[in-house]
Design a protein around this ligand. Sequence first.
Ligand SMILES: [Zn+2]
Length: 445
Amino acid sequence: MKLNQTYKPVIGLEVHIELATNSKMFCGCPADHFGKKPNTQTCPVCLGLPGALPVPNKKAIDWCIMLGLALGCKINKYSTFDRKHYFYPDLPKGYQISQYDDPFCYEGKFEDIRIRRVHMEEDTAKLQHTEVNRKKVSLIDFNRSGVPLVELVTEPDFSDVDEVILFLQELQKIIRYLGISTADMEKGSMRLEANISLLLLGSEPNTGSEPVTLPNYKVELKNINSFRFLKKAMLYEIERQKDLLSNNKKIVQETRGWNEARSATVSQRIKEEAMDYRYFPEPDIPPIEVSDKDIKILSDKVPELPQTKRERFLEQYNLSKEYIEILVSDLTKANYFEEASKLSPDMAKTIANAMINQNLDKSYPEPAGLVKKLVELTKTDFSPTPEVGLAIKSVLVENPEVVKSYQNGKGQVVGFLIGQVQKILNGKGDPKQINTILLGKLHGN
Ligand SMILES: [Zn+2]
C-alpha cells in the first residue's frame, strides 16, 4: 500500500542568457538579432563554412565571469572551449562550441542555492516552421547563430515552486544590474529550464530533511517563456508525477513544454538515456587564462546588487518594503530616486511616493525637475493657520541671536526655534509644518 505518502519535489534549473555584446561570440557579426531581416547578419564563421576560424569575444567572457562573481562562483584560472556534437538543422557546424570540463565559473552559492557552473557557449540558428506556397516548410535564420550565450546550472536544491520563481526573478535583476543582457524572456534573451522529479520521503535509510540520493529520473520543463507559465508548469508537473508514483507507475524521462490552452505540460521529446554529445576540446581556440588580477578588475566592475541595495535603501531612506521592492526592481527608477533624494534628502519618502503613486518621474525626466515641483507643492500645501504664522514671527523677532547663529551655519538651532514656536502654540502645530515655514523664513522667503 502506498497511501498518504509524502513526496518532496527536487528541482534544479538551467538558465540560458543571451549577452548584449555588440558582436557575436566568435565572429564580428552584430549580436543583436531580434527583429532583423533573416540571414542578413552572417559570415563564414557563424554559418559554419569550412575553414572559417572562431575568435572568442573578450567582452562576452568578461561578462560571463562577472555573472559568476555576482553569484559567488569560483573562477577557473584556466578555461577551455569544447565541441558539443549533435545533428540538427539549427547547428551549421554539426557541433556547438561550449564548455565542458573547465567552465569559466563553478561552485557558486546564491542564498541557499548552490550554483554548479556558469559557462560560455554560442546560440544556435533559429528555426521557423511556416508555410510557403501552401507547403509546410522549416526556414532557418542564421542571424542568431553564434550569439554569445551564457548557461547557468544550479544544483537540484529547490523543493518549493515559489522559491524557484523568486530565485529566477532575482537572477533577472542581477543580470540587468550587471548590464550584460536585457534578460527579456519574451524575446528569448533569458530562457528557463527546470528539471523536476519527486523524492519519496522516508524512502532513504537516513530520513533527515535532506535527500541522500536523488530520484533516478528527471523531467525537463523547457521552452517556457514567462515566470507565470513556469510556475504553472512546475505545479502541474508535481501533481502529475505524484499521481503516477502513487499508482506505482514509472515516470518517463523526457522533455515537456507548457500548453497554456490545455493548462497542462505536454511531452516534447523522450530522452531514455543521457545524450552522448561526444565532447572534445575545441582545437581552434587556445585555452583561456584568467589571472588573479583579471578577476580583481572584473569583481570591481560588479555593481551594487539588488539585495545590498534593498538593505541600504531601508537603512538610508527608511522606506517601506513595498516601495523598496518597486524601486530596486527597476534600476533606472532606483537611480532616479537616489539622484532626486541627493538633492533633497529630507524629501526621500515624498519623492518615492510621487514616483510610485503618481508616476511623476515620467513627467520630469530630470530628477531636479521633480524635486523642484515637489518643493513647490509642499509649500502651497502648508497654508499655515494665522496662529502658527504669528507664533513663528514672534519667535524669530524674540531670538535674533539664535537666528544669526543659524545664518552663520549652526543648523542645529532650528530644533530650539521649533520648540519655542510649539511652546507658544501650547504644544499644538505640526512640527514638520513649522519646520518648513520656519526654514522658509530663515532663508528669507
Ligand atoms: Zn558571423
